[in-house]
Design a protein around this ligand. Structure first.
Ligand SMILES: Cc1ncc(COP(=O)(O)O)c(C=O)c1O
Length: 503
């Protein structure tokens, strides 16, 4: 006898079974006809019959009549069958000992990234919102306004591209260089070299104006190249070469480009926020930077600005721009002035952070931020020179935020950096390309540009060099830096007095 007919016998009729289980009579009729009670009713059957029919009897009967089909794979097929076989996913799983990642507290004094202001970190940890949320859209307008301030421009098309400085660089080249175009690229370090790569990958032909690593771009050489290549309509150069710590005269170089009817692309990755960048006054056509240097935000955003002339030029291109992601026309749909539509998923929390980082600069004032970088550079330089270290770049071309100093003869350059990191938790940068092993790059950018960092770096470097047998008298560097601060304070106080007297 099946469990279903036993139920009918116990309760007297199918109608009574249905009533006892709170079911329609047709369901019970179906149990009787099919010869089994479905497995899911097993415990209920045992309860309602007060053990007259055991759950296990229902299950046994049901599994014979209607075996449960489990979609399983053989043990050697891992995906989709995590429960089959013995810990089948273990082949791919890292050790269970892995715990959350907590980076150490470092003093970042390399070529970037820099330390991030606590206000920026806090802002970035706010809850995520959608990139088309009306509140976010409003924030984007503020962000564009703040960027215009930092760039000193009124260009409407000023916004942060999602991606590091290299993406900003590529955005400029891919939009402005047409296949076959001749482009004059000034190279005096690593990043000029990257510009050449970009021109060639965009289908253009690069005419290279070479200058020594550590020297600024020579305006005369640019002028000569433009005279020789009259069809060139584009000039590109790096304002502050991070690989050497040299600053070129952006205003003069742009002026020369314009005198020859060429547009200028300027790399301001290291300079923006740390030394004067006057986009409108210098009539820069296209400019890009990065979030992780003197803006002191998280890496991964690249503020860019195109003049209206450049926007018109890109719009008038008949050919298709060779990058979907960086096509200015498409990006305008999200960052332009009209109704915003989806282009890509914007990195919302990083953008919150950039907004706060720019707000900090707005509160400080650009002139003050530039002066701060210069002031701490002067103190750092006094200290480094007191230790007998020499700068790679001549004084008048030195970037305040990026200090390249020569590693003294007989000193193991990499060992010094390693000891600074391991013993003092200070990061400084190494030399690149032909300068590898020959220089250190000490950055004082953005939030890292503070007197405590300057003093810590000098005293740590002094003690490491002294331990390595260099004739460095520990304490001399700090004294020289303090002296430099004191004389700058005295000068500033005198100036204040003079202007008060004149008023
Ligand atoms: C002058 C210059 N240009 C471009 C870049 C590339 O920026 P990112 O590393 O953010 O891609 C850097 C990076 O250090 C740089 O210093």
């Amino acid at each position: 006898m099946t469990c279903a007919t036993r139920l009918v016998e116990i309760f007297g009729s199918q109608a009574e079974v249905a009533r006892a289980f709170g079911l329609d009579r047709a369901v019970v009729n179906n149990w009787v006809k099919s010869g089994y009670v479905p497995a899911r009713w097993a415990t209920e059957v045992e309860r309602v019959t007060q053990g007259g029919i055991q759950a296990v009897e229902v299950l046994d009967e049901a599994s014979v009549k209607k075996p449960v089909k489990v979609k399983s794979r053989p043990d050697d097929v891992l995906f989709g069958s995590p429960l089959s076989g013995k810990e089948a996913m273990d082949h791919f799983a890292p050790a269970k000992r892995i715990s959350s990642f907590h980076p150490p507290q470092r003093t970042l004094m390399g070529p970037g990234p820099t330390e991030i202001h606590p206000r920026v970190l806090t802002t970035m940890s706010q809850p995520a919102i959608g990139y088309l949320d009306p509140v976010f859209l409003e924030m984007m307008e503020d962000l564009k306004g703040l960027l215009r301030y930092v760039y000193q421009t009124k260009h409407p098309l000023t916004f942060p591209i999602s991606g590091p400085g290299s993406v900003g660089m590529e955005y400029c080249f891919v939009n402005l260089v047409k296949p076959g175009d001749k482009v004059i690229v000034c190279r005096n370090g690593v990043f000029g070299g990257r510009m050449i790569e970009n021109v060639e990958r965009a289908g253009g032909k690069a005419v290279v104006v070479e200058d020594e690593w550590g020297a600024p771009v020579d305006p005369q050489k640019l002028e000569d190249a433009l005279k020789k290549n009259r069809e060139a309509r584009l000039v590109a150069f790096v304002h502050g070469e991070t690989s050497t710590g040299v600053r070129s005269d952006a205003k003069t170089l742009v002026k020369i480009a314009h005198e020859h009817d060429a547009l200028a692309i300027v790399d301001a990755v290291t300079t923006l926020g740390g030394s004067p960048v006057r986009t409108d006054e210098w009539e820069i056509d296209a400019i890009y930077s990065a979030s992780q240097k003197c803006l002191s935000c998280t890496p991964g955003l690249s503020p860019v600005s195109f003049s209206e002339g450049v926007v018109d030029y890109v719009r008038s291109r008949k050919d298709k721009i060779h990058s979907w992601f960086m096509d200015m026309n498409l990006l305008l749909g999200y960052w332009g002035a009209g109704i915003r539509t989806y282009h890509h998923t914007a990195p919302t929390n990083s953008l919150f952070g950039l907004h706060e980082a720019l707000l900090l600069l707005r509160e400080e004032g650009m002139e003050n931020a530039w002066a701060r970088h210069q002031r701490h550079h002067n103190a750092l330089k006094a200290g480094l020179e007191a230790m007998g270290l020499e700068f790679l770049v001549k004084e008048q071309y030195q970037l305040p935020q990026m200090n390249a100093v020569r590693c003294p003869e007989g000193v193991n350059e990499a060992e010094v950096r390693k000891t600074l990191l391991n013993e003092f938790s200070i990061e400084i940068g190494a030399g690149l390309g032909p300068l590898a092993g020959k220089i250190w790059r000490i950055g004082i950018m953005g939030y890292s540009c503070r007197p405590d960092n300057v003093m810590l770096c000098l005293s740590a470097l002094g003690s490491v060099l002294s331990d390595m047998g260099m004739p460095v008298h520990v304490g001399d560097a700090e004294a020289a830096a303090h002296g430099a601060y004191a004389s700058m304070h005295a000068k500033a106080a005198q100036q204040k007095q003079k202007s008060r007297a004149a008023a």
